[in-house]
Design a protein around this ligand. Structure first.
Ligand code: PLP
Length: 398
């Protein structure tokens, strides 16, 4: 009989070649257990998904409870589903008044697609402004807004009328005009290596969008749900978008996404044409139940404040290390840039050997990310820091 690893190599569609993948048999809290019984510390959270840790009992209970009642019954928007409406109301309660209508989808990419359609429908314009080194997802619309030519050239033609600006460059804001339907931006760029906006930059974008009558979309798919030390990243900057896109940590480990705008804006999908955006599984009752439990946990256990405190612990412990050049941080999301002399591939091997799950960024060759579950304890932070430093030492001394 073939092993699971052999089946992986033979039958899985994969986006890259992976040598010696870890086979997961269980995940709990910040730990991943492999098929040989090894315990790995998860410093990535499935790329910013497991903010409440793996298999949190409250999320598991909510899922089980919903499974006793119903799973899928009818496509989104036809029936009242209590998990959907409760979650939508809880999100609205924690967002500004102008973001009070939630359209549920299944993933981040889908949230982006819905947001782009809504912006086009509201403005009756085509141009989409996006940013260098941004990542918004793998579907055709989201891919058209990818801030990296090499990764999208093979898939052209993509969505036309896109315009790419340099993040944080005030001088290019004038390229947003009355032809622009939407400006889509990650308020903190994630895959670029955790790049924070300059003072006043998001405000300037907001003002320009107001002047030109275009829609400002914030992609908080990676940075939302407490990761940055606020429930939503935009709260760090006092700028409110017209549409916010969410996913990843939203489901507490289950797949779900959403784009959120005002009820008035959202009504545009109901006419000219009716059924302006539809989805079969968007807002799946089980995912919504899990999502509500995760959101309540984040709020009740004050994980938002802890994210910043715990992020600081990592930053202060790692920054003095000679292998580290710079740390860019938003809450408990760290972009750790290593010194020129450090071979990042070797460092990633050292992390793996020391049973740390650490990840690189799509668009930064010399940095790695630290983004553990927000539920990480002080002891677990100490253990993680010890192993990160051990790995850095090993690479520095080779
Ligand atoms: N936007 C950002 C900022 C992301 O980081 C991602 C995924 O990594 C996406 C959008 C796409 O989300 P999904 O993979 O759920 O389609």
């Amino acid at each position: 009989m073939l092993t699971n690893r052999q089946l992986f190599q033979l039958h899985m569609g994969l986006p890259s070649m992976v040598n010696d993948p870890i086979e997961i048999v269980q995940a709990k809290g910040i730990y991943l257990i492999d098929s040989e019984g090894n315990k790995h510390i998860d410093l990535v959270s499935g790329v910013a998904v497991s903010n409440v840790g793996h298999l949190h009992p409250r999320v598991v209970d909510a899922i089980k409870k919903q499974l006793d009642d119903y799973m899928h019954v009818m496509v989104y928007g036809k029936f009242v589903h209590s998990p959907q409406v409760k979650l939508a109301a809880k999100l609205a309660e924690n967002l500004p008044k102008s973001l009070n209508a939630v359209y549920f989808v299944n993933s981040g990419s889908e949230a982006i697609e819905g947001a782009l359609k809504l912006a086009k429908r509201l403005t009756n314009r085509a141009e989409l402004v996006h940013f260098r080194n941004a990542y918004h997802g793998g579907t055709a619309g989201a891919l058209s807004l990818l801030g990296n030519e090499t990764m999208k050239n093979a898939f052209r033609p993509l969505v036309p009328s896109t315009r790419m600006l340099d993040f944080n460059d005030f001088s290019q804001i004038s390229q947003i005009t009355s032809k622009t339907a939407a400006v889509i931006i990650e308020p903190i760029q994630a895959e670029a290596g955790i790049i924070l906006p300059k003072q006043g930059y998001l405000q300037a974008l907001r003002e320009r969008c107001n002047q030109m009558g275009c829609i400002l979309i914030f992609d908080e798919i990676q940075m939302g749900f407490g990761r940055t030390g606020k429930l939503f990243a935009f709260e760090n900057f006092g700028v409110i978008p017209d549409i916010i896109c969410l996913a990843k940590a939203m489901g507490g480990g289950m797949p779900i996404g959403a784009f959120i705008s005002s009820k008035e804006n959202m009504m545009a999908f109901t006419h000219n044409p009716e059924l302006g955006h539809i989805t079969t599984f968007g807002g799946h009752p089980v995912s919504c139940a899990a999502s509500l439990a995760a959101l309540e946990l984040i709020l009740e256990e004050n994980l938002v404040t802890k994210a910043d405190q715990n992020g600081k612990l990592f930053e202060e412990a790692l920054l003095p290390h000679p292998a580290i050049k710079e740390i860019r941080r938003a809450g408990l999301m760290l972009g750790v840039e290593v010194a020129e002399s450090i071979e990042i591939d070797q460092l990633m091997k050292a992390f793996k050997k020391n049973k740390l799950v650490v990840d690189q960024f799509l668009f930064h060759e010399k940095a790695f990310r630290i983004a553990p579950p927000l539920t990480i304890s002080e002891n677990e932070i100490r253990e993680s820091i010890h192993l990160v430093i051990k790995s850095l030492d090993q690479v520095l001394n080779t």
